[in-house]
Design a protein around this ligand. Sequence first.
Ligand code: ATP
Ligand code: MG
Length: 383
Amino acid sequence: MKAEKTILPGSTLGMLGGGQLGGFFAEAALRLGYKVCVWDPSPNAPAKRFASISFDGGFDDKETRKQFTRLVDCVSLEWENVPASLVEILEQELRVRPGSRSLRLAQNRTLEKSFLTGQGFPVADYEVVDSKMELHNLSLPLPWIIKTATEGYDGHGQWRISDRKSIKSVLNVITGDGPWVVERIVPFMMELSVVVSISSNRNCVTYPPTENIHEDGILHISISPGRIEKSITESAQRLAREVVQSIGDPGVFCVEMFLLNNGDLIVNEIAPRPHNSGHHTIDTFSVSQYELQVRSLCDLPLVNPIRNGDSVLLNILGQEAMTLLKPHVANTVMGNDYARFYFYGKESVRPGRKMGHILFTGSDNETLLKEAIEIHGQISNQT
Ligand code: ATP
Ligand code: MG
């Protein structure tokens, strides 16, 4: 295989998307001596706080594309809805990791599911429907979760149906155009996510699985390491590695999975980027998922992440950020001995929006979980 050129510190890394994931990437890149150029149509995107130069043009703006291409030495991304067509154009002149292939898979659940099943990976039973009316004729056993094929995130674009009687009422609330992926709801024991970084010569490193607790389809708490047996840890890491190797693009990926009661694992979805459930890798591993994103992009060696502690991550969602920032709440909550605070610098609050997170670090994740639940009680209380 042709050796890829190493892009050394001092170079400028392009980042498509300016959310918190891009911000953490930029921090890791800056520490390693790179400059970062962020392109995000939103002028106040969080990652721009760390950029040496940034662009606000729309992703379809040709002039911005020209300037961005001229300035950067290579490109990564932090948001799967960056237009794959833009990435295809950039790929003609620049190294983009991950590339349009992974992006196209992640942008369309129908493609993602058929890719996973085609490669023999286990997924929840599912059907694809192009029109809502087809739901009446599905033989897939209920209960279902209906997911929009494109642009879903944080549980947006998902509807649950428990029995046939409710199909009619759900038809009235489903928005958008098809197709939709209809999945059987899996009675999982636990949700896990595994972050994998893969180099251009297919060398892979993985983190131990993180245990994730969602509320209303949004990630609420992530526990690292997940409270599972060693054999499950190993099979989850193996499965994630195989999934990422089968895609074949270098970069950082997260494979979300469900652990069933019998110990089987099934793949839920793939994110072609670092993951919210992996923010703790900044604090509790020798190398963070963001540094691995920089390393895999630049063809620096991938090193094995070594864990130096347990952690529990509590997402700060929507209004919780405002409650936390009331002086009397901040004074108590920010005095917690285990807690490290991250605010993403987002200016507007929307219900369920990820505004920041609190990472509880220590040597025993059961203690940390109690702290996280206690603090969540304080910030979710509106008074
Ligand atoms: P995100 O962007 O936060 O990863 P998303 O909107 O892309 O989420 P999914 O990850 O597919 O959507 O689903 C969100 C959550 O809904 C899952 O983490 C899980 O808790 C639940 N869920 C999804 N599919 C199923 C299923 N088949 N059975 C049971 N629960 C499910
Ligand atoms: Mg998900």
